[in-house]
Design a protein around this ligand. Structure first.
Ligand SMILES: [Zn+2]
Length: 297
């Protein structure tokens, strides 16, 4: 496979779809495996390790779920033409599909690896890891989480060379105007000369989940509240009220910067038609927000 063919395989990973639910399993597995590859360890990655590490990645960067299934992407990535799984002995499939159970993968010491053609390309073209990782990050996660994900999977990249997704610069401008250049949660509005500093236009429904570049899908947020929103440390209810997760904890800084906004309404946009659409807020509450909302204080 040449470079273009390999990139095409990774661009076209078949991710499980159900309505507008997020499914970052395969992208996170590939990023994790790229991290293992760049650290120069064995090319076979044992499922015993993937099981623990990918579960942690899914809990941190995936939607909040009752249980996590690292075995699904580990097995099904084989259908995407980039990955293979070896095991000792024969793996028994579940009834109803071809997937072996997690217990089977563990019992038979299953190991996953990029296909030899992919490994050969990764070795001969050092920019390929960066390009694949950047495309997966841009395709599945908001920018504010990229560095955290790379750190979690142990990838250290020179990303200036990679092809970045183009963003609509007018979205930022329109959203900041809608909120009069102030954070919708805390009112932060620092300027350096005439330039707003550390103030972002955040997407409520992520761009990666087909969220539109419209005012009713945006919030002006300071850098801190933007990151905490994208991590799911808090959400905004369809009624426009800040809800902090019961999983989010801390001491003085936490109380001062986040908890005191709990159960309070966000600032209103200048015009009623720019109010966040309840449907987008509902998506964030289901697919990004972690845990449950705290009791009102
Ligand atoms: Zn803020």
């Amino acid at each position: 496979m040449n470079r273009a063919e390999i990139l095409k395989h990774f661009d076209e990973l078949t991710v499980w779809r159900s309505g507008d639910q997020r499914a970052p399993h395969k992208p996170l597995l590939v990023l994790y495996a790229l991290g293992c590859f760049t650290r120069g360890g064995a090319t076979d990655i044992p499922f015993t390790e993937v099981s623990t590490d990918l579960t942690a990645l899914l809990a941190e960067f995936g939607p909040s779920r009752k249980s996590y299934h690292p075995e699904y992407p580990f097995w099904r990535l084989q259908n995407d033409g980039v990955w293979t799984v070896q095991a000792d002995g024969t793996l028994t499939a579940r009834e109803g599909n071809n997937d072996p159970k997690k217990s089977e993968l563990l019992a038979h010491n299953a190991r996953g690896a990029f296909l030899p053609t992919v490994l050969a390309a990764l070795r001969t073209d050092p920019t390929l890891v960066t390009e694949i990782a950047t495309r997966l990050l841009d395709g599945h996660f908001p920018h504010s989480l990229h560095e955290d994900i790379l750190a979690a999977v142990g990838l250290d990249l020179e990303r200036e060379t990679a092809t970045r997704r183009k963003r609509d610069p007018k979205f930022r401008q329109r959203v900041l105007v809608a909120y009069e250049y102030r954070c919708a949660v805390c009112g932060f509005d620092v300027r350096l000369g005439s330039v707003s500093v550390a103030l972002d236009a955040a997407h409520i429904r992520w761009h990666q989940a087909a969220g539109p570049d419209t005012e009713d899908n945006g919030l002006a947020l300071c850098a801190l509240h933007h990151k905490l929103l994208d991590f799911g440390a808090y959400t905004v209810s369809p009624q426009g009220v800040v809800l902090v997760s019961d999983q989010t904890t801390g001491t003085d800084g936490f109380a001062e910067s986040l908890l005191r906004h709990h159960a309070k309404p966000i600032r209103l946009a200048q015009r009623p038609e720019w109010k966040p659409k309840p449907d987008h807020l509902d998506w964030h509450g289901r697919e990004v927000f972690k845990g449950q909302a705290r009791h009102a204080v």
